[in-house]
Write a protein that binds this ligand. Structure first.
Ligand code: AMP
Ligand code: MG
Length: 357
């Protein structure tokens, strides 16, 4: 694949002044092109959800396994009626509470409303309305529901800057709307309402936290328990594949702060002797504790929002520096968005986790 990837710059603060750029990019989507765009979570790679050839171009550009379904993005709640059967009352409440925003709701699909490649044969479709002025303006300009997974090569860290998208997909996609850095930094929370409206199951943790969901639906149980499913046939195929990974071997170390540091230092010394290029991922306060070819501070102990925002860019820095052996200190908080951060970090490490005590 080698196409010219057209780039439009749109300032998120002045999306209304970019009518020409958005009309061009939206027109490209409407004609079956693939266009990357910023959202409040990460950059997405969009295509007309009803156009099978366009959707196939997403899978080809990403190198994505075809059984991993795509999230459909809409700009207006009125678009929902064509896509899905009447949503249950709990799903409705969640959409009212969090849209536009980083929440994806899995709903019963109306057969034929989107390409079967979008749903990967499931009887459901995952839908969200992004909270980003450029994304919303582009979706309106396209005039169709837009299927959009994260705009990275499959398995790589998701893109939070246009440069990340172009590094992975430049020459493989038709265009990119560059709206600068994204906000939340990790992908949307994916939920499915089950048990006749008595349970909200978090299929993928993200920007909307379990506590947020409980507040919006205090009378409904919320579970983020995914371990069981991960072992079986995945219901959300995103659970199945290696994800978010840098090129170097990444290992997480968890446990007592002092022992952790000692373990990382010993492990670095050993890796250096073996001729590895070494890296450490830690919180900003602790970067002085380690000597490696690259030490990256991502967030601070008390600020998991910041860790989420910076995580993928941090993982990509190790690749840029040619690091082959990366040790990551696990974050202590799995509360709130910390759950999404540790979920992504665990997957990036292929679940290689060491516990010291
Ligand atoms: P990404 O491709 O990075 O945007 O991630 C999309 C996520 O949404 C993946 O984890 C998918 O497995 C999940 N997803 C999409 N459609 C569905 C669906 N119908 N049911 C369950 N999960 C879905
Ligand atoms: Mg992805």
């Amino acid at each position: 694949m080698n196409v010219m990837t057209k780039r439009w710059y749109v300032d998120p603060g002045r999306a209304e002044a970019a009518e020409r750029e958005l009309a061009e990019a939206g027109g490209l989507l409407a004609r079956g092109g693939t266009v990357a765009f910023p959202t409040e979570t990460v950059y997405g790679l969009g295509a007309d959800a009803g156009n099978t050839a366009a959707v196939e171009a997403i899978f080809a550009a990403k190198g994505r396994p075809s059984d991993n379904p795509l999230i459909v993005h809409i700009a207006d709640i009125a678009q929902l009626a064509d896509l899905v059967h009447e949503p249950d009352a709990v799903s409705r409440r969640l959409m009212d509470a969090f849209w536009p925003g980083p929440l994806t709701v899995v709903l019963p699909v109306r057969t034929g409303s989107v390409s079967p490649r979008v749903t990967a044969g499931l009887p459901t479709v995952a839908v969200r309305m992004p909270d980003h002025p450029v994304a919303l303006a582009l979706l309106r300009a396209a005039g169709c529901p837009v299927a959009a997974p994260s705009a990275n090569r499959s398995g790589r860290p998701s893109p939070t800057l246009a440069e990340h998208v172009l590094g992975d997909l430049g020459g493989r996609i038709d265009g990119i709307v560059d709206g600068g850095p994204t906000g939340v930094g990790v992908e949307s929370t994916v939920v499915a309402v089950e048990a006749g409206g008595r349970l909200i199951r978090v299929l993928r943790p993200g920007g909307v936290t379990v506590a947020d969901l409980r507040r919006a639906a205090p009378d409904v149980d919320v579970t983020a328990e995914t371990a069981a499913e991960e072992a079986e046939a995945p219901r959300s195929p995103g659970m199945k594949y290696a994800h978010y990974a840098p090129r170097g071997r990444l290992e997480i170390v968890q446990g007592d702060a002092e022992k952790r540091a000692a373990w990382v230092r010993a492990s670095l010394a050993e890796a250096k002797r073996a001729g590895e290029r070494t890296g450490v991922l830690t919180v900003r306060e602790r970067i002085g504790l380690f000597e490696a070819d690259l030490v990256v501070g991502c967030g601070s102990a008390g600020n998991m929002r910041e860790a989420a925002r910076d995580l993928y860019a941090a993982l990509r820095r190790f690749d840029e520096a040619g690091i082959t052996h990366i040790l990551a200190e696990g974050y202590e908080s799995t509360e709130g968005i910390g759950l999404a951060v540790m979920n992504r970090l665990n997957k990036a490490a292929g679940h290689r986790i060491v516990r010291v005590r």
